[in-house]
Ligand binder design. Structure first.
Ligand SMILES: [Zn+2]
Length: 352
């Protein structure tokens, strides 16, 4: 897949709704994108998509590749005249919300802006304070009766912002966390379909990562793979950020190491990256990784799990930004690691 095709695929994913626990619309888009490479698909009871690409090995062990398809957003908690109060889904930084366009998925799509009272009309002690979610309203412009007809408590609310192609192969917009990971799995499945590999590969577009990890817990439990890898975003470097906790965009994915990552699997990814000359960084994860890997690692008797990170700027905003080349390299890294898996790999995999 080249950058142009990847960009179009990402735009399809980014413009499709699918907040945590409301993933059905995006699941259709992912299923269609994966079908040419992994036609045997199923949906878990919680709504995660599983797509199998069979291996050619004697023992047919399996690796589960997980990227979450849910995204952050808001939920209507009260409708007052043409205005809505909202609760957050998935951890939104309220500082970035005022002035932001949204679409409320009501009886029909309803467009709205997130608004605060003008600073000039606030009492002196509240001027210039950081925006708080509880003070924020969505203004739909609707008359009260029409708002009551179209909107209900519990309606999900998405950022209404188109993807924007920036210079230098960067793309910005909402929900790149973790639709970038989904796209990396598409790249991987395409590469795997061109060459035989020993392991069964199950790509999973998981649900509810942002809130419960429920998709990853239940998919790993039901599929019982021999290996697993979570593909998610990680903090990219940028102005004003600590260099030792962030990773440059355009210099490849990160390979996680730490308690949430099996050291043997980490080494296998590092070897594959070096052999195929795929740019990458080692990412230290001394605590939990904050990804689907947390859930997959402890499924059943425990699954050797890895974490692959795509550097992303402005996480959990409407202008998340990634380098397309990092997504292509992530997909290539996953595929190269899987091509390198042989029938004896699992026998030599010990936690040391
Ligand atoms: Zn994520």
């Amino acid at each position: 897949m080249n950058e142009k095709a990847l960009c179009e695929h990402l735009k399809d994913l980014m413009r499709t709704p699918g907040l945590s626990a409301f993933e059905a619309p995006v699941r259709e888009v992912v299923a269609a994108a994966w079908r040419p490479f992994a036609p045997k698909q199923s949906v878990s009871r919680l709504g995660s998509l599983h797509a199998l690409q069979p291996g050619a090995g004697r023992r047919r062990p399996s690796i589960l590749l997980a990227a979450h398809m849910d995204k952050i957003g808001l939920m209507v908690s009260q409708v007052v005249d043409g205005f809505c109060r909202v609760a957050e889904i998935g951890g939104i930084d309220p500082r970035i919300l005022p002035g932001q366009p949204f679409v409320i998925h009501g009886r029909e799509p309803v467009f709205a802006f997130a608004v605060l009272p003008p600073d000039a009309l606030l009492p002196p002690d509240r001027k210039s304070e950081a925006a708080r979610l509880k003070d924020l309203w969505l203004d739909t412009g609707l008359p009260a009766a029409e708002a009551a007809r179209l909107l209900s408590i519990g309606d999900p609310v998405s950022f209404d912002q188109e993807a924007l192609e920036l210079a230098n192969g960067r793309i910005a917009g909402p929900s790149l966390d973790d639709r970038a990971g989904i796209a990396a799995l598409t790249v991987c499945l395409k590469a795997l379909s061109a060459r035989p590999h020993r392991f069964d590969v199950i790509a999973a577009a998981t649900v509810q990562e942002e809130e419960t990890l429920g998709g990853a817990f239940t998919s790993a439990f039901s599929l019982q793979p021999d290996l697993a890898a979570a593909v998610d975003v990680t903090f990219a470097a940028g102005p004003g950020l600590p260099e030792h906790k962030t990773f440059p965009t355009g210099e490849g994915p990160t390979i996680g190491m730490g308690p949430n990552v099996h050291p043997g699997l980490c080494q296998a990814f590092l070897r594959a990256a070096e052999k195929a000359e795929i740019p990458h960084k080692l990412e230290v994860m001394p605590q939990h990784s904050g990804t689907d890997a947390m859930a997959m690692q402890v499924a059943g008797e425990g699954i050797p799990t890895a974490v692959i990170g795509i550097p992303l700027r402005y996480m959990h905003t409407a202008v998340e930004t990634v380098a397309l080349s990092d997504i292509l390299h992530t997909g290539a890294l996953l595929a190269e690691m899987i091509f390198a898996l042989d029938d004896t790999f699992l026998d030599g995999l010990t936690w040391e």
